[in-house]
Design a protein around this ligand. Structure first.
Ligand SMILES: [Fe+2]
Ligand SMILES: [Fe+2]
Length: 145
């Protein structure tokens, strides 16, 4: 399987989880649900962490190795991974319901923007430059992890 296809499917899975998280955010304003929102977000963030590590390990170095001019873009994507996953230590220690909600809203916003960038610009670029066969080799390595 082409690694960009695999990663795009994972985006869909993660965004479906985010959809339920947003639903829960809307239907409940009670302070008692904060721990539930936090737990749900931590589970999603855990999936995002695994997903990002596949990109960091298989796709970004491959692009960087072949195309020196792409190093800035890769650095930006890696920076965004750090920014998105930065919510994990914050949520672990946050008890203030308003802060928890604010952090979750930022997490969702950053995640959507990051996925969109990858799907509309980065993945098509990788496909064009590396070719489907190379992306399949990388995909086969990634699914074994
Ligand atoms: Fe990413
Ligand atoms: Fe991604």
């Amino acid at each position: 399987m082409d690694i960009t296809q695999l990663l795009s499917v994972e985006h869909k899975v993660i965004l479906r989880q985010v959809h339920y998280l947003e639903k829960l955010m809307k239907v409940t304003r009670s302070e008692k649900t904060v721990c539930c929102l936090r737990e749900m977000t931590m589970l999603i963030a855990d999936t995002v962490q695994r997903h990002s590590s596949l990109e960091d390990k298989f796709l970004f170095p491959e692009i960087g190795r072949y195309f020196n001019e792409e190093k800035n873009f890769i650095a930006m994507m890696e920076f965004e991974h750090g920014e998105i996953l930065g919510i994990m230590p914050v949520l672990e220690n946050a008890d203030d319901p308003k802060l928890v909600r604010k952090e979750i809203e930022n997490f969702i916003k950053s995640l959507r923007s990051h996925f969109l960038k990858e799907e509309t610009s980065y993945f098509p670029y990788a496909k064009k430059k590396l070719g489907v066969n190379r992306l399949r080799v990388l995909g086969n390595k990634a699914i074994k992890i």
